[in-house]
Design a protein around this ligand. Structure first.
Ligand code: GLV
Ligand code: MN
Ligand code: MN
Length: 407
């Protein structure tokens, strides 16, 4: 069985943490200078590991194994949330790199191969699952042409050009090359910690639907405009959001969650009635029928708000990613490896976070492994995982890959 080198793994994780360090976490948004530098560093580390690296026209980094024989694709993402954690995404990429090195050093793994990827923009600064959707052939050029940064409006094409990737071909899944896709990630919730387990075998990944609601009112003076004639887009937004919250609570299933993560009022000054308001809203669930029901409710509430006035509301769908089951054989390989290295210290569990594995699963058998997040915290710079868990998780990951490819 290939043996990972825990010191080498931790050293690489600490090194890449330096690209965009923020407090104890990392600020490395997609195509920022720090993100581009991290991709280039990763490509160099892949080459040192004996993989042939390339960075493609949307920023995907792929290290291809020169070895013949059954191949497993591994990866995750190296972009981060704004002021995010140091492990979200990048841990899975470095696990892949370490597994590739461990395979190369293990005679029993001769004839087996591993490719490693960092998928661009998993955190959706421009486009939901930009890199992995491109790789599986489900991202039309027109979508790239039209995409803009979700906050500052920079066109995606411009960001790609500034990163130095414009004009490069887009890498796509080579038919027949892979037996499957395996991704490791921090749990990002507290279930493993609460249950006293060290490894999660992911059974399914949550679906995520995302929307932008825009409210058009009339900008005017906050002192001279009588209340009855105002068209206050901020008030309209708050009222509708409260209704959405109440209605979603009434129809929610046990795993339904919803979030309004960003609200903007234009122009955003204390003495101006906001003329335009915007909210980014998402909901998640493990059941597609439940998600469709929630979308119907949202559409109905928006129609009611439009009928009532005085502000016009538009609802734009940003992405619809359905819930996805993980491959049974990959689950069993991760479970067997977990039992070997952490007897009774693992459990099967669904993922409440989205992952590139749900996109790769459209073309390949896909599986995932989780390690515990301290205090269940993620998408915050304080996100962390115990070193011993990082090392154990990588060994289980590597062993699971070996078992899967050998079977
Ligand atoms: C991925 O980061 C997610 O938001 O689930
Ligand atoms: Mn994330
Ligand atoms: Mn992630």
């Amino acid at each position: 069985m290939p043996r990972i080198d825990g010191k080498r793994l931790l050293a690489d994780l600490q090194h890449i943490r330096g690209f965009g360090r923020f407090e104890t976490g990392v600020h490395r948004p997609t195509f920022s200078p720090e993100d581009v530098a991290a991709r280039q560093w990763l490509a160099g580390r892949m080459a040192e590991a004996g993989l042939a690296p390339s960075i493609d026209g949307v920023g995907n980094v792929l290290g291809r194994s020169p070895a013949a024989g059954p191949c497993l694709l591994m990866g995750s993402h190296t972009d981060t949330q704004p002021r995010g954690g140091w492990l979200d995404g990048v841990m899975g990429v470095i696990y892949g790199l370490e597994a590739a090195r461990a395979f190369a050093e293990e005679p029993a793994a001769a004839g087996l191969s591993i490719d490693v990827a960092s998928w661009a923009d998993e955190e959706s600064h421009y486009l939901s699952f930009l890199g992995s959707r491109s790789f599986v052939g489900q991202l039309p050029e027109a979508e790239i042409d039209n995409a803009k940064h979700r906050e500052d409006g920079t066109p995606l094409r411009q960001a790609i050009a500034q990163a130095g990737f414009a004009g490069r071909p887009r890498l796509t899944l080579e038919e027949g090359r892979y037996r499957g896709y395996l991704e490791a990630h921090i749990e990002q919730g507290g279930s493993l910690e609460t249950d006293g387990k060290r490894i999660g075998v992911v059974t399914s990944i949550v679906g995520i639907f995302q929307y932008r609601m825009t409210f058009e009112g009339r900008q005017n003076h906050a002192g001279t405009t009588p209340m009855p004639i105002r068209k206050d887009s901020g008030v309209a937004l708050v009222r509708l959001l409260a209704q959405v919250n109440d209605r979603f609570a009434a129809i929610a299933g046990p795993r339904t969650v919803w979030t309004a993560g960003r609200i903007l009022l234009h122009p955003g000054a204390p003495s101006i009635i906001p003329g335009k308001a915007e909210v980014l809203l998402q909901f998640r669930d493990g059941e597609l029928t439940q998600m469709q029901r929630m979308e119907e409710e949202l559409v109905r509430l928006v129609a009611e708000a439009n009928a009532m006035g005085p502000c016009a509301v538009s609802l734009e769908t940003l992405s619809r990613t359905p819930p996805t089951a993980m491959d049974a054989r990959l689950q069993d390989a991760v479970a067997a490896a977990a039992e070997a290295h952490a007897p009774r210290g693992w459990m099967r569990m669904p993922s409440g976070a989205g992952h590139d594995a749900q996109i790769l699963a459209r073309r390949l058998p896909a599986g995932m492994l989780f390690v515990p997040s301290i205090g269940g915290v993620s998408h915050h710079y304080s996100e962390d995982t115990a070193e011993a868990d990082l090392v154990l998780g990588c060994q289980v990951f590597c062993d699971a890959a070996f078992r899967f490819l050998k079977a």
